[in-house]
Design a protein around this ligand. Structure first.
Ligand code: DHB
Length: 313
């Protein structure tokens, strides 16, 4: 089965990317996995200033899931521009890299995008709108606050002509409406979904398992939520949808693709197995070929449709 697609005007050799926050800027993983065999990756979120992140423990394991509260630890815009982007340019030129962007204000998102837009070596940006908003409405993440979402996407759109993805949160009343707003304001694609807010309490200490208290839930338990979000958004936007949440196998990736995603991202699975995404690429191709499916694009949004003869080789 052919895995190649053209999206955002460029070629993706396959639909599997590494998700933001799970692969740094690629350097460490590159020593244990062949990142050039992937469709691409999304970097750790970049903020204007360096951030040290939250107190330990930052990660907790649950049955079928992981909780994290890292606090957007990252080296900040200047170091990313000086050290990380050149490394990506020199080592990952053959794959599509999106730089994830975070901030506490609309202005911070716009400043990070403006500060990196002139650099060569990466394809586009993914806005991580899931961090709390300092600038109004009681600290809601932008993804949960439609006016802030609109304002931020519109402001960033003015700073770049590169492909612009907007990553949305699963805990909104209408993910389709949120996706539509993002696209109306100029997003070229939407990434669904970010982690689900959660809390784990240790009964002995009566304290949270994570140093920061609450955190974001990811891993297999999130998958059905993500697949439903992609399916819901599919009816509201024509723009490419990137599916993410709990993908550990080719079959998991196919659920997202059938629901309407054209690309997928692998996150939590890479912690247990840094080659998980590479394995998924290999298995996807085998899965389709075994069934005589010529091209993965025939599967995008094919949820509920009986397999057609013309999909077959
Ligand atoms: C963090 C940020 C996120 O967007 C997320 O989904 C989970 C964790 C963080 O850095 O803490």
């Amino acid at each position: 089965m052919r895995l190649e697609q053209t999206r955002f005007g460029v070629r993706f050799s396959n639909p599997v990317l590494l998700a933001a926050g799970t692969c740094g800027f690629g350097e460490e993983l590159a020593s244990v996995a062949d990142l050039t065999a992937l469709g691409g990756l999304v970097t750790k979120s970049v903020t204007c200033e360096p951030r040290l992140g939250n107190p330990a423990p930052r990660v907790a394991e649950l049955p079928g899931a992981m909780m994290n509260s890292i606090g957007l630890a990252n080296p900040g815009l200047e170091v990313v521009r000086r050290d990380k982007i050149p490394w990506i340019r020199d080592n990952l030129a053959s794959i599509n890299v999106f730089v994830s962007v975070a901030g506490h204000t609309t202005e911070e998102y716009a400043a990070v995008v403006e500060g990196l837009d002139g650099e060569d070596g990466f394809l586009g940006f993914e806005l991580n709108l899931s961090c709390p908003n300092d600038s109004g409405l009681g600290g809601l993440p932008f993804a949960l606050d439609p006016p802030a979402l609109q304002r931020t996407v519109a402001a960033v759109r003015q700073k770049t002509e590169r492909p612009l993805l907007v990553k949305l949160a699963p805990n909104v009343p209408d993910i389709g409406a949120a996706a539509r707003l993002a696209v109306q304001e100029g997003a070229d694609g939407v990434t669904l979904v970010n982690t689900m807010p959660g809390l784990v309490i240790d009964p002995e200490t009566r304290l949270p398992s994570l140093g920061a208290g609450k955190g974001g839930l990811s891993g297999p338990a999130l998958r059905a939520v993500g697949v439903a979000a992609v399916h819901a958004a599919r009816g509201h936007v024509d723009a490419p949808i990137l599916g993410v949440g709990g993908i550990t196998s080719a079959e998991d990736a196919l659920q997202y693709i059938l629901a309407g995603a054209c690309l997928v991202q692998v996150g939590t699975a890479s912690f247990a197995d840094p080659r998980a995404a590479n394995r998924i690429v290999e298995r996807l191709s085998e899965w389709g070929s075994r069934r005589g499916i010529a091209d993965i694009s025939t599967l995008i949004g094919a949820y509920g449709l009986v397999p057609q003869e013309d999909e077959r080789t």
